[in-house]
Design a binder for this molecule. Structure first.
Ligand SMILES: [Fe+2]
Length: 347
């Protein structure tokens, strides 16, 4: 028995209550730490097991998994970590808990802009950070990120915190395109167009459009699907009905996209199966299941987006590499503080 299996055994016993059924530990398995919710990934994992015979064990948590892998060190049972956002993917690399994925299958399926040049993270699906606009109060059907700083939007924009990973990714992409000085100017302009201090999540901003507090908000695409289909909280369907999606910069460089993706754990006890899983997730079949369950965009060229996602408009993704965006995240975060973005408009 490998030493890592011992750790795996203890860990998965403890968490058995949180998962549907715990398969017996055997060589044919892979241990998945996931920030992505079980309902999202289970259909994929079922398909993976069916195709390969490899069993999957999942530990889901909302935070702390990277740190946990780090603390577990060489005895970590984790084979892969599933997460969202370049900030967290690159963060895992910086934390030193990853190893490069070396796979021709993955390299063929996933375009280079969505992979770490050194292979430490692999993008699996795309989400775009776009503009939600009031159907009633916003006439235009196109927009640019640059235009969000135009005084014509004064008091009309809502957004979540400037320090949230999603916002940082967008600001980092602005730095990559325009440099730090111009991005700072832009950020000041956007700040002064805010209707209120940044607060709440992406959906809370759409609610604010619905209630008339603002006309535009910045948000990720898939939240439109989550609101449109929300049976638990049907009011969200009304929020969704009050807005249209504008895909910024469609006519020039394209809209900022970010990733959901995977890393291979540095001490993966089932490395071969982990690579098998990553290869499977990069394939068209899996991409489609993933994209349809969470209203995301497949990263594999040629895989269709779902009809619902298509109905929101056409996405032209910015081709900037996510590794380039990752490089500017720190500066982006510093700019947010420097301009006091989260304090709202200066005047
Ligand atoms: Fe999200």
């Amino acid at each position: 028995m490998r030493s890592t299996v011992r750790a795996a055994s203890a860990l998965f016993m403890l968490t058995a209550a949180t998962t549907a059924s715990m398969p017996a530990l055997a060589d044919g398995e892979v241990n998945i730490y996931s920030y992505r919710q079980p309902f999202l990934i289970q259909p994929l994992l079922d398909a993976f097991t069916q195709e390969t015979g490899v069993k999957t064990n999942v530990i889901f948590a909302k935070k702390g998994l990277g740190e946990r892998i780090s603390a577990e060190g060489e005895n970590s049972p984790a084979d892969v970590l599933l997460t969202v956002d370049i900030g967290r993917l690159d963060g895992a690399k910086q934390l030193g808990i990853t190893q490069p994925v070396s796979s021709d299958v993955v390299n063929e399926n996933i375009p280079a802009q969505y992979r770490d040049p050194e292979g430490h993270w692999v993008g699996l699906t795309n989400r775009a950070r776009i503009i939600y606009a009031s159907k009633d109060r916003v006439q235009q059907d196109t927009i640019t990120y640059e235009e969000l700083a135009d005084p014509k939007w004064q008091g009309k924009i809502c957004t979540r915190s400037g320090q949230h990973v999603y916002t940082i990714g967008l600001i980092a992409s602005m730095i990559a395109h325009h440099g730090e000085a111009r991005t700072e100017e832009w950020l000041v302009g956007v700040r002064d167009n805010l209707a209120r201090k940044p607060t709440g999540n992406d959906r809370a901003q759409v609610k604010a459009i619905f209630s008339g507090e603002c006309d535009l908000s910045i948000g990720n695409t898939y939240y439109m699907g989550k609101m449109e289909t929300n049976e638990k909280d049907p009011e969200q369907k009304e929020w969704a009905k009050s807005v249209k999606l504008l895909f910024p910069n469609s006519e020039d460089r394209g809209s900022h996209v970010n990733l959901a993706g995977v890393v291979l754990a540095k001490h993966a006890p089932n490395k071969d199966n982990a690579v098998k899983l990553i290869e499977f997730l990069s394939g068209g079949n899996a991409q489609q299941i993933y994209a349809e369950t969470n209203f995301e965009y497949p990263v594999t060229p040629g895989v269709e987006v779902s009809d619902r996602v298509k109905s929101w408009g056409d996405l032209t993704p910015d081709t900037l590499s996510l590794a380039e965006i990752a490089k500017h995240r720190k500066t982006a975060s510093e700019l947010v503080d420097k301009v006091g973005f989260d304090n709202g408009p200066a005047s």
